[in-house]
Design a protein around this ligand. Structure first.
Ligand code: NAP
Length: 240
């Protein structure tokens, strides 16, 4: 029986690359989108037989529905990838409380909610893999991204604690901390800033969504059965 993966925020960028790679490797794929319906439907056409789920990860009702629909359609959830996320740049004094709360509601509360509801099915099956997408900034912190860094740091702490809680239930919880990856999230970063980042990165370039997807596929595989609570950098060596 094929394994099932639910990838949050898989209409674009890293999430879409993860959905595609898992599909190519025989997984049943549940594609989640919130706003990018056109892109999500185009991805569904490329991955026939996948399940398309509209839902905001910060809404408990949406998340419950997404998990229920995935289990009803494919029978179970083997792998949950908490990828949906937004960024927020700016000086601390210019960030509003509303912006902070929106950031945390998607990046942190979203990860909490999807994990909470997916874990019920994983516990029943005594099997599961949760992979959270954090960021190098959740490890080292980025100037003018203090709120985003804090949200991604929370995802790392959540990963470690949940790995301890769920280990006895044969559920692993790991995290990927990507560096600078070529997606819409970075479309406003200037060529000069991108060049400077590359110069400070040992591998001398930015990464591709597919490179993050390959790390997720490894963490979801049997090759990673004895790995839990880890933060895997996919960053060209930006954080060593
Ligand atoms: P992206 O291209 O901007 O895509 C973000 C994805 O998240 C979209 O599919 C979007 O879906 C989804 N999303 C946003 N809010 C959502 C919500 N409330 N509910 C459900 N889905 C939602 O970003 P990306 O670069 O692929 O980033 C993916 C993850 O990697 C994020 O967690 C990000 O923080 C992390 N990351 C990225 C980089 C990088 O350099 N790109 C580096 C480190 C970490 P809709 O468009 O359908 O709303």
């Amino acid at each position: 029986m094929s394994k099932t993966v639910l990838v949050t925020g898989s209409s674009r960028g890293i999430g879409a690359a993860i959905a595609e790679l898992f599909y190519e490797n025989g997984y049943n794929v549940a594609i989640n989108y919130n706003k990018s319906e056109k892109e999500a439907k185009a991805l569904l056409e490329k991955l026939p037989g996948s399940l398309l789920l509209k839902g905001d990860v910060s809404s408990e009702e949406d998340v419950k529905n997404m998990i229920e629909q995935t289990v009803a359609h494919f029978g179970k959830i083997d792998v949950l990838i908490n990828n949906a996320g937004i960024s927020q740049t700016g000086l601390l004094q210019d960030i509003s409380l509303e912006e902070w709360e929106k950031l945390f509601s998607i990046n942190v509360t979203g990860t909490f909610l999807t994990s909470k509801y997916a874990v019920k099915n994983m516990l029943a099956n005594h099997n599961g893999k949760i992979i959270n997408i954090s960021s190098i900034w959740g490890i080292s912190g980025a100037s003018c991204e203090s709120c985003y860094s804090a949200s991604k740091g929370a995802v790392i702490a959540f990963t470690k604690a949940l790995a301890k809680e769920l280990g006895a239930s044969n559920i692993t919880v790991n995290c990927i901390a990507p560096g600078f990856i070529d997606t819409d999230m970075n479309k406003n970063i200037s060529k000069e800033d991108t060049k400077a980042f590359c110069e400070e990165t040992p591998l001398g370039r930015i990464g591709t969504p597919d490179e993050v997807a390959k790390a997720a596929l490894f963490l979801a595989s049997e090759n990673a059965d004895f790995i839990t609570g880890q933060i895997l950098g996919v960053d060209g060596g930006a954080i060593i």
